[in-house]
Design a protein around this ligand. Structure first.
Ligand SMILES: [Zn+2]
Length: 288
């Protein structure tokens, strides 16, 4: 994602992986070939591969540089042994990108996770001398308490071994802030409840100088879900609840300047949700 300026805050991203991953039919149980064809015809070409019809799913971390702190939102898959082979790709681009932003791990003040699925918590920790330790020694990590409590006692392929590797060590190190789903860090950063994809999924709201952005995690994985807001993924905890959350946010913000920044959307990533007939569309910000 190109750097965006939102009021006083500079937003950029670290990309861990980018490219087509799976088809809409494989991803959304409610999709049909006819509806997929109709939706793809409305999408910009960079959001799917025309030949295979696989949707482009980007794994990225957002960096926010505010006047008072440096913040990361969602931390991809990270470098951990024993994960499923589909997650066994080269992770070095992420660390190189952090360096390219002139940041060290010591510079990060806060890490927000929109939810605790395996591809949103990875770089929370690194394996050093056989132990998972916090990657960012000076950071507080903001987790929804509801989300944390749920995954402490439940299992899912969407979480797998990452709770033990990337969440528990943060709590044990005393670096976790386990907070309510409406937590306010300061005047600029707060959480907004957005359950459905996972039980304690939240959006991170950023306000600066009258401008507003929502880092909306996995509320949607691809812009096709604006055209078909009822389509939830196979891995959503509560598919109907996830669809209701999308419709609620889309209705609330479709006539506003609120910028949506979904974790898995390819560059330019950020955009506006707009009403389109009886559903919506995602208007990406123009590329510079
Ligand atoms: Zn997820």
């Amino acid at each position: 994602m190109q750097q965006i300026k939102l009021g006083e805050v500079r937003i950029s991203s670290l990309i861990e992986r980018d490219g087509p991953v799976r088809t809409a039919l494989a991803m959304f149980p409610d999709a049909t070939p006819e509806r997929v064809a109709r939706a793809l015809s409305k999408l910009p070409g960079f959001t799917y591969d025309a030949k295979t019809e696989m949707l482009v799913i980007t794994y990225q971390t957002f960096i926010l540089r505010t006047p008072t702190c440096t913040v990361l939102i969602d931390t991809c898959v990270g470098e951990h042994p024993g994960y499923h082979e589909s997650l066994n790709y080269d992770k070095t681009p992420w660390m190189r990108a952090l360096e390219a932003h002139n940041l060290t791990v010591e510079d990060i003040d806060y890490v927000f996770c929109t939810h605790l699925h395996i591809d949103h918590v990875g770089w929370n920790t690194r394996l050093i001398d056989g132990r998972h330790v916090p990657t960012f020694p000076n950071a507080k990590y903001v987790f929804s308490r509801r989300e944390y409590e749920h995954w402490k006692t439940h299992e899912s392929g969407a979480v797998g071994p990452s709770f033990a590797a990337c969440v528990t060590p943060i709590v044990e190190a005393g670096q976790a802030l386990l907070v309510d789903d409406s937590f306010m860090l300061n005047d600029q950063l707060s959480l907004v409840p957005a359950a459905g994809h996972s039980p304690g999924h939240v959006c991170v709201s950023l306000k600066s100088q009258g401008q507003h952005a929502l880092f909306c995690g996995d509320m949607m994985h691809n812009a096709i879900q604006c055209i078909e807001p009822g389509w939830s993924t196979k891995l959503c905890s509560d598919p109907a609840g996830a669809a209701a959350t999308r419709r609620r946010f889309f209705a609330q913000y479709c006539e506003s300047d609120t910028l949506f920044i979904p974790t898995h959307f390819p560059a330019p990533t950020a955009g506006h949700v707009r009403a389109d007939g009886d559903a919506y569309r995602f208007d990406f910000l123009p590329s510079l």
